[in-house]
Design a protein around this ligand. Structure first.
Ligand code: C5P
Length: 320
């Protein structure tokens, strides 16, 4: 276990979320700290929310595998991936978007109607809507799934209705060095075979794999804006999805990523499993991601407290 934050530290931005969250963050014991060949030690001075937004806007906006690079080009992936990249799938994009985290604090939130009133709704992994409509709504436009969902038969990726009639975006933590050959031959969980099979069976369903460059570029921004060393592992799906929606939408509302007054150790709203690390991070640099998102929040403090709701400008509306 590693202690992050604490009473004796200077009051600075981010302390708010630290205070409202437990201070201990467990690291995954079995993980090799250099599993993804991540470099240590680049730091930038603390930037304002607007500066962070500009830094993120300058980076690559939503990149998915297009099959043009080796080894994918040799494997015929240009014809396997959807004809339109995700960045163009929705034309000019959406006005308002909701990002619904799977946090236990969504339970008893009564936010379902508000969430469904958005033009697009993003959900994660196995998070259901059935039976939880009052709290999380029932509209799903895009679902981000990690490679475990594709690789582990217990998730019933091929048959479950969770993964039908939505745009799917899968990801897997490739090496930081972006060696695609190495990634293809040794992903964290083998998502490539199930992806190809799914594309062949359901060619009309938009289904993408995020380019590892996109994921690590986000990691660089999180690390670059924190004085502490963050976990040398990719950001959580929640962070990735929020940034993705900032590219597709004019305005993004993120629910229960920064915990509301309902903050709980309940990991997911749909499971009876308790672990504070789900909210604070262990494997993912979750605490640091959340401090960064909080810095970019332009919504009222009361929204945060009552609804766990953060308001972010889409990149189109960020003027640098
Ligand atoms: O656990 P899972 O990754 O499926 O959850 C989706 C996302 O919701 C996470 O990546 C994380 O960003 C967010 N989350 C959270 N607090 C929790 C559970 C999930 O912020 N307790």
């Amino acid at each position: 276990e590693e202690v992050v934050g604490g009473e004796e530290e200077d009051e600075e931005e981010g302390d708010d979320i630290r205070r409202r969250t437990t201070r201990r963050v467990a690291r995954r014991d079995d993980s090799d700290p250099d599993e993804y060949y991540v470099p240590r030690g680049h730091r930038k001075a603390q930037q304002s929310g607007q500066q962070v937004l500009c830094e993120l806007k300058k980076g690559e906006r939503v990149r998915t595998l297009d099959g043009a690079e080796m080894p994918f080009s040799n494997l015929g992936w240009r014809k396997i991936v959807p004809p339109l990249p995700l960045s163009q799938l929705y034309g000019p994009g959406f006005q308002t978007c909701a990002v619904v985290t799977s946090a236990g604090a969504m339970l008893h939130s009564g936010l379902g109607k508000e969430i469904d009133s958005h033009d697009a709704v993003l959900r994660f992994n196995t998070a259901p809507t059935k039976g939880y409509e009052r709290d999380v709504g029932n509209k799903t436009t895009i679902r981000i799934i990690n490679s475990q969902i594709l690789a582990n038969p217990k998730h019933q990726f091929n048959t479950s209705s969770l993964y039908k009639n939505v745009t799917l975006v899968a990801w897997d933590p490739a090496p930081y060095t972006l060696n695609l050959h190495k990634w293809y031959s040794n992903p964290d969980y083998n998502l490539f075979t199930p992806y190809m099979e799914h594309r062949m069976h359901f060619p009309a369903q938009p289904f993408y794999i995020l380019h590892p460059k996109y994921i690590w570029q986000l990691w660089d921004v999180i690390q670059g804006n924190n004085l502490e060393n963050i976990q040398p592992n990719p950001p959580s799906s929640g962070f990735i999805g929020t940034l993705l929606m900032m590219s597709l939408c004019e305005e993004v509302h993120v629910y229960e990523y920064i915990p509301s007054k309902r903050q709980t150790d309940l990991c997911h709203y749909h499971e009876r499993y308790y672990d504070a690390a789900c909210t604070l991070g262990a494997y993912h640099p979750l605490l640091y991601e959340k401090m960064l998102i909080q810095r970019m929040n332009v919504g009222p403090e009361d929204d945060l407290r009552q609804k766990g709701k953060v308001t972010l400008s889409g990149f189109k509306n960020v003027h640098c």
